[in-house]
Design a protein around this ligand. Structure first.
Ligand code: SAH
Length: 501
């Protein structure tokens, strides 16, 4: 059977700008052939077992020749694979998408093209520049500023100037002086508004406003590098007024999200939407203890307990795994009162048709313990990690409540990206590190290395206990007003308003 090739436009950088159809194709791919300008967040959608082939390795500046890419697509399709060719922006706009289809048609291989949001329009948009505007211009021209090796630019500047349209130049950082000179020689007014946007639609986006007369010099002074887009035309004057992206509250702030590998999704996503340059650092990994004879025994005599206490979603997962292995379901817990440390744990319970009967007003171990001590009359079963906080059991002991504290999952420190993060912190490139539990503080501190000067780190902590752990390592802290993601994000924005602007 012959496979199929789908050319997919990945959009300009912001992962939210991948189309729904492009995402579907990617999720179903068996082979993904991608290049340099595709963002890591889009690449992370590639199915785990798909074969991933990078044909635009940046480090060595060694690009795979086009001819070889064409053959690769053909061969993989002939092997019967569902191939996705993922390209930055739109595949057909200066993307050689057409060339890649030639060989496929010659061999009768079927293909589809999923257009992408092109940087030519989206990057100006994120720079506050609408490419057309009725009062300023009635046409848009997209031009490559790339010259063939050793040759002058093949641009008809006079024709361009005559159009009075908006001019968008791609691939033109090195030839910018020639482009501007060409426009001026063709009679464009030196005061014509112009702008250059580097790494558009990403948190690292930088936009500089200038005029045709000053644009090349501005780009040099600001050390603008590729990828960047230059825009020439009266619409550039609107950039300051419509500058919505740079105005996002966390725009460009480097925020490290330390969470267990499985759970960084929501916080990281929300910070990104606020413009942050999120660095996900999964520093601990939780794994259920299997087999777990203590938990098994406790569940078999659940009648001995009045309360079952869970202090994390990972604990709920471990519990549920055991019930499943035993061929049981939620009804096995019907006789016992369920207590959860906070809404995250409760949410995990709800996934399984259960809900917490009790959640303390402040979501930490001490308040959970104190709350239970005030209401429990029987025996308490705690299912949690080996390194659980002593504050919970201490509170129960003070209340003379009998309990069994059973460890049903382990937490391991991860260090895959530790060296890279350590360098960023040493170079003061990290604005803030988020901590959502004391165990993530430990995971962070142990994995990045305790020889690091932790006073360089500003930690946004979800609660007092987490903050206490952070201070113990010498980390400077800000504490959320409540132990919720909303409050954590609020404290980060507040910090931003007070010290970063
Ligand atoms: N097919 C792509 C363009 C490929 S040519 C598209 O439709 O967007 C590559 C050029 O696109 C770069 O040299 C740069 O000029 C521009 N470009 C792509 N992504 C960009 C980004 N995020 N910011 C600024 N320019 C970008």
């Amino acid at each position: 059977m012959i496979g199929k090739v789908t050319l997919v436009g990945a959009g300009p950088g912001d992962p939210g700008l991948l189309t729904v159809k492009g995402r579907e194709a990617l999720l179903e791919a068996q082979v993904v052939v991608y290049d340099r300008l595709v963002s890591p967040a889009v690449l992370s959608l590639m199915p785990e077992n798909a074969e991933k082939i990078n044909v635009g390795k940046e480090a060595s500046h060694h690009l795979v020749p086009q001819e070889q890419i064409n053959r690769l697509l053909l061969n993989k399709a002939l092997e019967g694979k569902r191939v996705v060719r993922l390209k930055g922006g739109d595949p057909f706009l200066f993307g050689r998408g057409g060339e890649e289809l030639e060989l496929l048609t010659e061999h009768g291989v079927s293909f589809e093209e999923v257009p992408g949001i092109t940087s030519a329009i989206a990057v100006p948009a994120y720079g506050g520049i609408p490419v057309t505007h009725r009062e300023f211009t009635s046409s848009l021209h997209i031009i490559t500023g790339h010259a063939r090796a050793g040759k002058p630019l093949e641009i008809d500047f006079e024709a361009l100037v005559r159009t009075r349209g908006t001019l968008v130049f791609l691939m033109g950082v090195t030839s910018l002086p020639d482009i501007c000179a060409g426009l001026l020689e063709a009679g464009m007014n030196a005061d014509m508004p112009a702008a250059i946007v580097e790494q558009g639609t990403t948190p690292r986006q930088r936009r500089f406003n200038a005029t045709v007369g000053t644009l090349a010099q501005t780009a040099t002074e600001q050390a603008v590098t590729s990828p960047a887009i230059s825009i020439v035309g009266p619409v550039c004057a609107l950039a300051e007024k419509f500058d919505w992206f740079d105005a996002l509250p966390l725009k460009g702030k480097k925020i490290v999200v330390t969470r267990p590998r499985e759970r960084s999704g929501t916080l990281a996503g929300r910070l990104s939407k606020l413009g942050a340059d999120v660095y996900e650092y999964p520093c601990i990994r939780t794994e259920p203890i299997i087999p777990c004879p203590e938990m098994e025994a406790a569940l078999n005599r659940l009648g001995d307990y009045t309360h079952l206490v869970l202090t994390s979603p990972a604990g709920v997962e471990a519990l549920w795994g055991m019930l499943e292995r035993e061929g049981k379901d939620a009804r096995a817990l019907s006789g016992v009162t369920l207590a959860a440390i906070g809404p995250g744990t409760d949410r995990e319970l709800r996934k399984h048709g259960l809900r917490a009967d009790y959640i303390p007003a402040v979501y930490d171990a001490a308040h959970l313990g104190a709350g239970l001590a005030g209401m429990v009359s029987g025996r308490v079963l705690i299912l949690r990690a080996e390194l659980g906080s002593p504050a919970l059991t201490e509170a129960l002991e003070r209340g003379k409540i009998p309990y069994d504290d059973i460890h049903c999952y382990t937490t391991a420190y991860e260090s895959e990206h530790a060296a890279a993060l350590r360098t960023l912190i040493r170079e003061d490139k990290v604005d803030i590190v988020t901590f959502t539990s004391a165990s993530t503080v430990r995971g962070f501190a142990h994995s990045v290395g305790e020889d690091l000067d932790f006073s360089r780190v500003l930690g946004a902590c979800i609660g007092e206990q987490t903050a206490a752990e952070a201070r113990w390592y010498g980390i400077r802290t800000r504490v959320a007003a409540q132990a919720t993601m909303d409050a954590l994000i609020d404290i980060i924005i507040k910090e931003g308003n007070e010290t970063w602007n």
